[in-house]
Ligand binder design. Structure first.
Ligand code: HEM
Ligand code: SF4
Length: 554
């Protein structure tokens, strides 16, 4: 992974000193709150319902064990003993004390971490596929390009005060695991037969109040043109995006207002000016970025023998075989596997990890995965480089730490925002709804029989929990001061990205598990062999689901 050099470190140190001074002046009353607000946002600090929230960037989800131990230390000494993995692969502290935030940022700087540009109207953390570099279906490793974007966008003076926040995601595999079509800019890496690498460029996707699937504005952008082209997109947005209305300020609104075709023409025209300018990537620069993502010291392993040994262990233990089935996936290097540690046991807020669990993850990463771990946008943790011969031991250790719930990709692997429990913008709680649904689906064999189902919950229309792109999406709504839940069906964040359709009137919290059960029953009764929930929904439409959940009891 990329390790900060002396320039990065000195910039970070200056930033921490600056923020310490700003915080002290704010606390002393000499810096008014309205002036402190943009300064704290630039460092990832929100003020929330019960306490501030500090958002820490995890570029494309990559963490080393030293960083993970530092997060554990901060959670223990400055917070309530846990952290939260967000749907943008970031780490959030929910209870820091404002007076201590400069100390926290200083501790983070020791390990090359920060909250810079994790909030505010700037280019946010670039996200990617949690299996980048190891996925069997990978075409090109997206991480060097993410790192190039990170270095270019951090402190980019022209894009520090955009009309609104700006999110970029990059995928390099056949299957999009980075939800690129619901980002302000989504980049899908393409490898031509000629060996030329480039990007398919999506623009204007996003969730929130006005959910939109991104439009393709360029089918192939050569890799050396990445930054000039991004610059052109951002410049058009920065000049023409709306600043008069916060709710109409995202690039998706501009793209829709102009039409994607006209927006693309404007970008191409702008690009003409900068095409061969300072930001055009040279071969040497691309190679420099790639040099941070070299292969770890993989051993030469006989895959067939390793797999046979795992199969024998699986035959002895049903629990281990279930875990293999859901939480372990293939790896492009023979004899290795990628393991997802589930942060979704029933009764724990999805994505929460305690300080001691973080330390265990750091130890597991050191012992089994070359000292690295990754956060996922589904709010889990991945150990990407595990030897198959270590899987059984890793399973036992992760089980003891509470990470081995074998539910990855199933209906209980719920994406869920903090909702009314923490977030001041919430219309309704979301964590208790997730828990109630997990309890409803507590029979693992049944859950496996249902296959992959994305169930996503947001506590308000800001859509932090990605409810629009869940196969089943749940949105908290407020009706005359009471909490209700709207159900949406048919969303997807994958290659076939789509936005869910609202099923009908919303429901009270107490009936939600039953409503979800009825939806699942309709699926089970109608599916053909091998058909996933989303495919059955797309085939039979909303009516049978509506009829079931809104049927009058007689
Ligand atoms: C608790 C403090 C939080 C606040 C105040 C907050 C605020 C917001 C707001 C205002 C939006 C809508 C922006 C827009 O589209 O115009 C948003 C969207 C979003 N937030 Fe949060 N959020 C919070 C926590 C979280 C958490 C915990 C997560 C991750 C689980 C998260 C991830 C996201 C994501 C992924 C979006 C996506 C919307 C998009 O791409 O358009 N946020 N958040
Ligand atoms: S979706 Fe709404 S309730 Fe949930 S975290 Fe985002 S802003 Fe808060």
């Amino acid at each position: 992974m990329y390790i900060y050099d002396e320039y990065d470190n000195s910039i970070l140190r200056q930033r921490v000193a600056q923020f310490r001074d700003q915080t002290e002046r704010f606390l002393a009353g000499s810096l008014p709150p309205e002036q402190f607000l943009p300064l704290r946002l630039q460092n990832g600090l929100y003020v929330q319902r019960l306490a501030p929230m500090l958002r820490i960037n995890v570029p494309y989800g990559m963490l080393n064990s030293t960083q993970i131990r530092k997060l554990a230390h901060i959670a223990r000494h400055y917070d309530k003993g846990y952290v939260h993995v967000s749907t943008r692969q970031n780490i959030q502290f929910n209870w820091p004390d404002l007076t201590e935030v400069p100390d926290i940022l200083s501790e983070l700087a020791d390990v090359g971490m920060h909250g810079t540009q994790s909030s505010g109207n700037c280019i946010r953390n670039t996200t990617s596929d949690q299996f980048a570099g190891v996925a069997e279906d990978e075409i090109v490793d997206p991480r060097p390009y993410c790192e190039i974007i990170r270095q270019w966008s951090s402190f980019h003076p022209e894009f520090a005060f955009l009309p609104r926040k700006f999110k970029i995601a990059v995928t390099g595999s056949e299957k999009d695991r980075a939800a690129v079509q619901v980002h302000d800019i989504g980049l899908q890496i393409i490898l031509k037969d000629s060996g030329e690498i480039g990007f398919k460029v999506y623009v204007g996707g996003g969730l929130g109040r006005t959910p939109v699937i991104g439009s393709v504005i360029r089918e192939f952008l050569p890799e050396e043109d990445l930054l000039p082209y991004l610059e052109a997109i951002l410049r058009v947005y920065n000049l023409s995006g709306r600043r008069d209305n916060k709710y109409k300020a995202r690039i998706k609104i501009l793209v829709r207002a102009l039409t994607p075709e006209v927006f693309a023409q404007k970008v191409e025209a702008e690009w003409e000016n900068t095409k061969d300018g300072y930001s055009k990537l040279t071969r040497a620069e691309i190679e420099r970025a790639k040099s941070f993502f070299t292969e770890p010291a993989y051993e030469t392993i006989d895959n067939a023998a390793a797999q046979a040994a795992v199969d024998a262990q699986a035959a002895e233990s049903v629990a281990f075989s279930k875990w293999l089935q859901r939480n372990v996936r293939g790896h492009r290097v023979p004899g290795y596997a990628a393991v997802t540690l589930s942060l979704k046991p029933t009764g724990v807020a999805p994505g929460d990890i305690t300080d001691s669990q973080l330390e265990i993850i750091a130890n597991l990463a050191d012992e089994f995965s070359f000292g690295e771990a990754r956060t996922t946008h589904e709010q889990n943790i991945v150990l990407a480089d595990v030897k198959k011969s270590d899987l059984f031991t890793l399973w036992q250790k992760s089980k003891a730490a509470g990470f081995a719930t074998p539910n990855i990709g199933t209906i209980t692997d719920i994406i869920c925002c903090p909702g009314g429990d923490f977030c001041s913008l919430a219309n309704a709680k979301s964590i208790p709804i997730a828990e109630a649904i997990q309890r409803q689906f507590d029979d693992l064999d049944y859950v496996y029989d249902l296959g992959d189902i994305d169930l996503n919950i947001s506590g308000c229309m800001n859509a932090c929990g990605h409810h629009h792109v869940g196969h089943i999406g749940i949105l908290g709504v407020d009706k005359a001061g009471k909490e209700f839940y709207q159900v949406q069906l048919g969303g997807s964040a994958s290659n076939d990205a789509s936005l869910g359709d609202v099923l009908g009137p919303s429901f009270g919290a107490e009936v939600m598990p039953d409503v979800i059960q009825k939806l699942v029953n309709v699926y089970v009764e109608n599916r053909t062999a091998e058909e996933l929930f989303i495919d059955t929904y797309r085939r039979i439409g909303a009516t049978p689901f509506k009829e079931r959940v809104y049927a009058k009891a007689n």
